[in-house]
Write a protein that binds this ligand. Sequence first.
Ligand SMILES: C[S@@+](CC[C@H](N)C(=O)[O-])C[C@H]1O[C@@H](n2cnc3c(N)ncnc32)[C@H](O)[C@@H]1O
Length: 230
Amino acid sequence: MSENHIYREDFKKFSRKNPYDEKLKAFDAFVLRDEEAETHKGAWSKVFGNPNPLNVEIGVGYGEFMLEWCGNNPNENFVGLDHRFKRSFHLVKKLEKIENKNFRYLRGRGERIEFIFGENEVDNIFYFFPDPWPKTRHNKKRLFQKPFLDAAHKVLKNGGTLWVKTDHDGYFEWMNDALKDETRFEISLKSHDLRHEYPEHFLSQYTTKFEKIFLSQGTLIKALVLKNKK
Ligand SMILES: C[S@@+](CC[C@H](N)C(=O)[O-])C[C@H]1O[C@@H](n2cnc3c(N)ncnc32)[C@H](O)[C@@H]1O
């Protein structure tokens, strides 16, 4: 089966073999696992009990951005997702302690956003330091490609934004290639060296766990800000 089966409506992976899956279940007040996450499409305002803006992070990792952003924006909603079980569990224990639950955490994949969110439901998508899949034979596993852009275009509102940061030159080039014939997004920022070119920018105000490592190694942070056009 092709890699793109992950994007298909009938895709059901949802392995229950990982011991952390059971552990995540204990946090079901704010954690949704796989298919559970796909039952609120178009109805996230009901989940949160308010019509506040909806922000989504793909590949939350250890959650630095999610934790800081949610604290800074108590009047907006946030859905963070990552597909690694153990990493999810560690973050969820921290999230549990936060009183204002203006967030939900999904154990799931970025490839599924079209099935998780309704059309025009999302204000912002954050995609920071994704796995670069550097080997040529693995490039096809990169999330940022046409099916993902199709889905992002659909779920983002008109003027909604896709925010991207990466350490990886090859993946950054790949993203720019994927955008070459795109008319559905306006590139409002493109930088090969975010921190020096745009030190005051919103994207420079937050430093994720992986970003700290890359900065300490002197790696330039590449960034894209894409405005959705409808
Ligand atoms: C290199 S880490 C970066 C984590 C975090 N964004 C940061 O900057 O510290 C990439 C994260 O993305 C997650 N990830 C990779 N591919 C994903 C996908 N298709 N859907 C959801 N999460 C994914 C991985 O599990 C991992 O936690």
